[in-house]
Design a protein. Sequence first.
Length: 240
Amino acid sequence: MGASMLTATIAFPAESAEPPNFDRGRQLLEEITDASLFTFDEPEAELEELLPDLDGECDLVDENGEVLIEYARRAGLVIINNLEEALDSQEATFLTVADYRLYISGGLSNGDNPTNATQGIWDAYKLPESVLITMGFIPAYEQPLFHANSRGASTPLTDTDVVDAIALGLGTSPEWPGTDTLKWIAEAIGKVRDEPGNAEPVEYLKRWSERYGFDPLSSKFLSAYIVEEIGKAGEEESED
């Protein structure tokens, strides 16, 4: 049977000047009273693995199968410690994508666990979401950063936010009054791009190309949205 690569990732805001605050997570962990906030798939087996010094005779769950909060907290502390060690180890690295710092570890699926760091990151998602967030992590990073974590605070706007704003603005307007509609669309786009209308069309095309190091006329998709005569003028200017 062939081996496959297994990876684990956890996200943190790229613009944060502070590293993950593990002490804050440990502090909040002590205040958690609802064990159901932890997401153990097989509670007893996972607790025994995280807490190997437990007396085998002790009950880890109540009569309803719910993890006892004492052991959930103790396991949570181990998870936080392991996560901190994992992200500080040579087994993990990170890359920055779309305002996220994605911590990554991985390895082959056969034999031992891919890496200790991989397991440490996987286990982090067993913690209550509030604990991950208070340490600064973004649990739902498949969502746009603005929707996932900022709660409308100081996170920079993303392209997704602007597209959502335009969709909502158009979708909830009973009428589109022409020039006024185009004006607020241009202003919204100006939050993440050079604002349309603030330069002559040919100059705007040139400025866009220089800013992103890419000629939009070379894209079948983008070129369809460039006014034909402006596109021809841009091609002539680039040939000069």
